[in-house]
Design a protein around this ligand. Structure first.
Ligand code: KIV
Length: 270
């Protein structure tokens, strides 16, 4: 049974998020524009301007062709719409291949938007990049487990943490990110046992997506959770409304009205 929780009425900071670990589950959704970010304002602690926008809003096959310019443009829009959540800009594929490139691109993210943090995919092997960012005053949200930017090099989306050796590797990844200064870690597409081991091993919050209810918070892609993205529905997505159906019904009503010349009726004319 779900409980009734109050709206969030204060600006969410990195300190707010750190203090929530083990105390209160953290809520996060994606947003890509001001219209929806405004609706999400005060409803969740964090908003991710995810490179998932490449698939859900630009109709691409994967996230890999998203660019830094696009991420900045969409983050500016989200920042215009939402004032209270902690906003994270997702660094796109290829924008953080070296510490220098990562710092240059994340500096742009900070200078050209009001995002409070950036997200990068990768564990131990990317700890040097996270360190370069955090030591240049840029807050980092890590991302381990199933990493969509590794889709082509991994040969597909792969659920992680099925064997103990992989759980151990994921725990090492999380510890390396914590040591490098990440303020929290997204854990995507892992077995619940792995998510639990990771969450217990670090003192920073973990935000799960397809990782069970053992993490310190949850994130979902908004167009998935509201039923607007119909190409496929991952097993871990709970749909809180059937957006696509409602839009089609609305459009059918509009079409019927226009064809029948019932719209615009008297109340809608000057
Ligand atoms: O791009 C995105 O929306 C993400 C989430 C799936 C965590 O990375």
């Amino acid at each position: 049974m779900s409980i009734h929780t109050p709206k969030i009425d204060k600006k969410v900071t990195l300190t707010t998020i750190s203090k929530m670990k083990g105390v209160e589950p953290i809520t996060m959704v994606t947003a890509y524009d001001a219209l929806f970010a405004k609706l999400f304002d005060g409803e969740v602690e964090m908003i991710l301007v995810g490179d998932s926008l490449n698939m859900s809003f630009l109709g691409k096959e994967d996230t890999l062709s998203a660019t830094m310019d696009q991420m900045i443009y969409h983050t500016q829009a989200v920042c215009n719409g939402a004032k209270l959540p902690l906003i994270v800009l997702d660094m796109p594929f290829g924008s953080y291949t070296t510490p220098e490139l990562a710092v240059a691109n994340a500096t742009r993210a900070y200078q050209e938007t009001s995002a409070q943090a950036v997200k990068i995919e990768g564990g131990k092997s990317r700890a040097n990049i996270v360190k370069a960012l955090t030591s240049n005053s840029i807050a980092v949200l890590g991302h381990i487990g199933l990493m969509p930017q590794f889709l082509r090099s991994d040969g597909g989306y792969r659920v992680r943490g099925k064997e103990q050796s992989d759980i151990d590797e994921l725990v090492e990844d999380a510890k390396a990110l914590e040591k490098a200064g990440a303020f929290a870690i997204v854990i995507e597409g892992v077995k619940v046992e792995a998510a639990k081991a990771i969450t217990d091993a670090v003192s920073i919050p973990t935000i799960g997506i397809g990782a069970g209810n053992v993490t310190d918070g949850q994130v979902l892609v908004w167009s998935d959770m509201f039923g607007f993205f119909e190409e496929f529905k991952p097993k871990f997505v709970k749909q809180y409304m059937n957006g696509a159906k409602q839009i089609r019904e609305g459009l059918e009503n509009y079409r019927n009205d226009v064809k029948a010349k019932e719209f615009p009726s008297k109340e809608y004319i000057y």
